[in-house]
Design a protein around this ligand. Structure first.
Ligand code: ZN
Length: 392
């Protein structure tokens, strides 16, 4: 099946119409499996004859499978169909700031195998080499047809061209990562900002019913948000939507790795919290030590961490005030701080926004943990290549 046709052109060719209709069927099966051919005709508005013909093609292509028989109202019980989870495999990558993670993912979003490679200070070209090493290692022994490679990376990323416009930690500027990976492996490649990918993962794999609008805030060594509006990822005019970690709070403050001072990230990211906790307790040198001290009630560390939560809460309140999105999820290594930290974020978000909006808004931890970016990058690829996943 060829790449996604999301809007059918006015003078569509026969092949475009067929691809469009096959994607309608795949999407229905992805969201409501198992379904009979009659169910599919009813859900999509296609005729029974068209459904049978298109389903036949999808079965031959390995994307759909027969999974048993349903309840019968007449003589013969109908055959039920489902998306074949292993009809295609995908490779999802999370180019994090301490390590690169990669996984082989199937069409149901199951992680079949994953590999982590420590970054160990690599950046520039040697970080690109590490991407190749990771994909090479994941492709060994995988016999299912590969749908493509989805990549989530920190920074401002032009998803249309696969260009990393700017990624501070990796020292990448105007790097055409998507075309480089595509040239090496000969499969479709998508590249997106890691927080944008996280939002897609939460929307695609774990929310039923899917919300129309959603904000997913990823707090780890940095901070960023992925914003879903009307069921679609909102990337902004220059792909920088949600980059609110580098919003300056205007009170001076500590130097930020972006070259400025006093960014939100310098107050509320896990990196900032570890640094601040280290001042009050020099034994704390990493996230594990910070989380342990906070959760075991060390008073000085609790003060530092809860102050960070307040600053983040205020900023979340601004987002809610601007967008009036009722579902806000927090993901990233910050979730390990647990409910006391979350309660403080909620309290200060509610305090910084019109009370009617605050009352209607749920701020929670996300549902996916370590693999949220890997799954989100895979979700974007599934959307682009098969039309699966996102709300319509
Ligand atoms: Zn900054």
């Amino acid at each position: 099946m060829s790449a996604s046709v999301t809007v059918l052109p006015e003078k569509a060719t026969h092949q475009q119409t067929r691809t469009f209709n096959q994607q309608l069927l795949l999407r229905a099966l992805h969201d409501h499996s198992p379904l009979s051919r009659a169910d599919l005709a009813r859900l999509t508005g296609l005729t029974r004859t068209s459904v049978s013909d298109l389903v036949g093609g999808l079965i031959v292509d390995g994307l759909v499978e027969e999974v048993g028989r349903g309840q019968s109202s007449g003589v013969k019980s109908p055959i039920l169909l489902s998306v074949a989870p292993d009809g295609r495999h995908l490779i999802g990558l999370d180019l994090g700031e301490a390590e690169f993670r990669g996984a082989v993912v199937n069409l149901r979003g199951d992680i079949l195998r994953s590999i982590h490679l420590p970054l160990e200070g690599r950046n520039g070209d040697s970080a690109v080499d590490l991407v190749f090493q990771l994909v090479d290692a994941l492709r060994v022994d995988d016999r299912s047809p590969l749908l493509g490679i989805g990549i989530g990376a920190p920074g401002v990323i032009d998803t249309r061209s696969g260009t990393v416009r700017w990624s501070v930690n990796l020292d990448w500027a105007d790097l055409r990562l998507g075309p480089l990976v595509k040239a090496r492996y000969g499969v479709p490649v998508v590249v997106a900002n890691d927080s944008h990918a996280a939002a897609l993962a939460e929307l695609t794999f774990y929310r039923r019913p899917r919300p129309t609008n959603l904000i997913v805030i990823k707090v780890g060594r940095g901070i960023g948000a992925g914003i879903i509006v009307n069921g679609q990822l909102f990337q902004g005019d220059g792909y920088g939507a949600g980059e609110f970690g580098h919003v300056n709070l205007g009170n001076g403050g500590s130097p930020c790795r972006c070259g400025r001072e006093g960014c939100l990230e310098t107050l509320t990211s896990m990196r900032a919290l570890v640094d601040a906790a280290n001042v009050v307790d020099p034994a704390i040198t990493d996230e594990t030590g910070l989380v342990y001290a906070f959760r075991s009630g060390a008073p000085n560390v609790r003060l530092v961490v809860l102050e960070g939560a307040r600053q983040l809460g205020l900023a979340v309140g601004w987002l809610i005030g601007v967008l009036n999105v009722r579902h806000v999820l927090l993901v990233g290594s910050v979730v390990k701080l647990g409910d006391d930290w979350l309660a403080e974020v909620r309290k200060y978000a509610a305090a910084s926004v019109f009370s009617l909006l605050a009352r209607d808004t749920q701020i929670e931890f996300g549902h996916i943990h370590d693999d949220v970016v890997v799954l989100g990058a895979s979700a974007l690829l599934m959307e682009q290549q098969l039309g699966l996943g996102l709300a319509r």
